[in-house]
Design a protein around this ligand. Structure first.
Ligand code: AKG
Length: 320
């Protein structure tokens, strides 16, 4: 999927791009089902609402037993970080349109995965937002980088993506981002210098220059791509009978790989989840995970036979 020159200019100006129709219904539907059953203790969202709608106190007691990090994936969230072990969710990474857009926005074919995470909020239990609409604005750069934001955001920032697993409407708590803010952080930095890679501001009303707000909304199968330097915040659900289910992967340029290391507790490359995913995935995704590209001198006969032993069942034909 080649981005139009309008989309590229929009990206350069806004630091956020929402691209429709990146994923097909066949990819999204099973990923949503897996994400719901993971979030709601084996139930779909409608089964969960039927069970808990009229028992908010009992629900609170039940989901509060779950760790706060796990709750990023929903009230009873279990799998959170990539590889999640949920096949349709992890396989979203294999979509060629999606990877191609990330490459175009990072201006290189050599991109790397920094992190991946399910992010699910829903109206019955959600409190993941600030009290007032001017509060809670921040950038996310510190999730994967110990370095403060650099004035050259396109070269040194990374990209956070969100895959819309269903339609996200304005009443369904879309994230609010400040377009163009990724390139105006000097204004914020002067007043509220951030620690390491993070930066947050107590009151958006102090910064008229970034006061425009864009809701990250759209149809199922869309994907949003935003700079790790863009200022944004959560908002409450206007319609509390809704959920908002996203899967997101973060990408950076390969030449930023030395400092783009996530702070999140991910399943490491030697975990069974990771090994299983890598064995089955595409050469293109392995490249994004840091493997040498097919055709690289690494893939000698001896190296291939060792790979076969290390990853039983892997198809090494593309590397021969
Ligand atoms: O839930 C949202 O819309 C915003 C979440 C957020 O601010 C974040 O992930 O950093």
């Amino acid at each position: 999927m080649k981005l139009t020159s309008e989309q590229i200019s929009k990206w350069k100006q806004d630091g956020i791009l929402i691209v429709p129709n990146v994923f097909t219904e066949e990819e999204i539907t099973p990923a949503l089902e897996e994400t719901e059953r993971n979030a709601y203790d084996g139930l779909t969202y409608s089964e969960y609402r039927t069970k808990w709608n009229d028992r908010p106190d009992e629900l609170k007691t039940a989901y509060e037993k779950n760790g706060t990090m796990d709750r990023l994936a929903g009230p009873f969230g279990k799998a959170v970080h990539f590889p999640t072990g949920l096949p349709a969710v992890d396989n979203l990474l294999e979509n060629e349109n999606y990877l191609s857009i990330a490459k175009q926005l990072l201006y290189t074919d050599e991109i790397r995965l920094g992190y991946g995470q399910i992010f699910l909020r829903e109206g019955l239990t959600d409190s993941r937002h600030s009290e007032h609409p001017w509060q809670g604005y921040h950038i996310d750069n510190a999730t994967n980088s110990p370095l403060p934001p650099h004035p050259d955001w396109e070269r040194y920032g990374y990209i956070l993506t969100s895959i819309f697993l269903h339609d996200i409407d304005l009443d369904g708590a879309p994230m609010l981002v400040c377009p163009g803010s990724q390139d105006k952080l000097d204004l914020l930095w002067e007043k509220y210098p951030g620690r390491g890679g993070g930066l947050s501001i107590p009151d958006l009303r102090e910064f008229e220059e970034i006061s425009e707000l864009l809701p990250v909304a759209g149809k199922a199968g869309s994907a949003s791509f935003r700079s790790s330097y863009i200022v944004h915040a959560a908002q409450p659900f206007i319609n509390k009978s809704k959920q908002r289910a996203l899967m997101g992967y973060h990408f950076h340029r390969a030449d930023n790989d030395d400092w783009c290391k996530t702070t999140r507790p991910i399943p490491g490359w030697s975990s069974p989840l990771y090994m299983n995913f890598v064995t089955k995935t595409t050469p293109e995704v392995r490249r994004v995970l840091g493997w040498p590209a097919p055709g690289d001198d690494y893939y000698s006969e001896e190296a291939l036979s060792r790979l076969e032993q290390a990853y039983p069942g892997i198809d090494l034909e593309p590397y021969r």
